[in-house]
Ligand binder design. Structure first.
Ligand SMILES: Nc1ncnc2c1ncn2[C@@H]1O[C@H](COP(=O)(O)OP(=O)(O)OP(=O)(O)O)[C@@H](O)[C@H]1O
Length: 265
């Protein structure tokens, strides 16, 4: 399969990223196809967000080659690529004005802006924004302001926003961070639903916790200090051996059905 095959949504070939003389990523080769749902796991500072920034074209590699949706990063129109990739990150979430109506938080993604001003949206866009809020279980909050939402409700609103442009690729950076147990379980269930949806885009979800891997996620990439420890199908990659190497301590992984749990050995 060539990197430009339409099935390949992310293709990293021997990628390195350096900043201030430090390697953030080292020799990463990784390929994601349209029907795959990936989880990226690793400790703080392992390079997970850097990897997502490469995949979304927000960052250029120091060495190696990155293709996203068939476009070579560094040689493509980023504005066009951005509408084809849905992203939720803490950095983006911080830019959402507290006084913004929830419906508009989703709607404004159609223009790649945060904060509604004078853009004109058609009835179809309005209807799509509400349908997405409904899919994420927060349609009842559409007229509330973003600042009044709980953290879990905000996270679901951000995912609805990321889906607004009907992206070919969805990148989720720690979507369950800061959620209580109920909020996490609700989010995991909604992401599992999305993962099983044939119409849904390819997905990459960054997390620190195996408990947050939604059923239906097919593959995992484990990162430590900018390097790949293991990658492949979830069942073969989320093991005690690989997780211990990734997090640098002896760990045991338990699997119950299609959910995982990890604890110190
Ligand atoms: N512009 C920069 N200059 C120097 N170092 C950087 C820069 N950006 C990131 N880093 C460092 O690169 C490393 C990887 O960062 P990254 O955010 O990708 O990690 P992460 O796995 O997402 O971490 P976390 O789980 O804590 O969010 C970190 O040690 C970080 O301090």
């Amino acid at each position: 399969m060539s990197p430009l095959s339409p099935d390949v949504v992310i293709d990293l070939h021997r990628v390195g990223v350096q900043r201030s003389g430090n390697p953030l990523l080292k020799d990463v080769t990784w390929r994601v196809t349209a029907d795959e749902r990936w989880v990226v796991l690793g400790p703080n500072g392992a390079g997970k967000t850097t990897l997502l920034n490469l995949a979304s074209g927000r960052l250029h590699p120091t060495t190696g080659v990155v293709h996203a949706l068939g476009e070579r990063i560094g040689r493509t129109d980023l504005a066009e690529l951005r509408t084809r990739i849905g992203v939720t990150t803490a950095a983006l979430a911080e830019r959402i004005p507290a006084e913004e109506r929830v419906r508009d938080v989703v709607l404004t993604a159609a223009w790649s802006v945060v904060g509604r001003w004078r853009e004109q949206y058609d009835a179809m866009d309005e209807a799509r924004a509400v349908a997405l809020l409904d899919q994420l279980g927060v349609a009842g909050l559409a007229e509330r302001t973003y600042g009044t939402l709980s953290e879990g409700e905000r996270k679901r609103t951000q995912i609805a926003r990321a889906l607004m442009t009907d992206p070919e690729l969805l990148l989720l950076d720690e979507p369950a961070a800061g959620l209580d147990l109920g909020g996490r379980e609700d989010l995991v269930a909604r992401l599992a639903e999305l993962a099983h949806d044939d119409e849904a885009p390819a997905m990459v979800l960054v997390t620190h916790h195996v408990e947050e891997i939604p059923p239906g996620f097919t593959h995992a990439l484990l990162l430590r200090e900018g390097g790949v420890v293991a990658q492949g199908p979830v069942a073969e990659t989320i093991t005690g051996e690989y997780l211990s190497k990734t997090f640098g301590l002896p760990l045991v992984v338990d699997r119950a059905g299609d959910r995982f749990a990890a604890r110190a050995a």
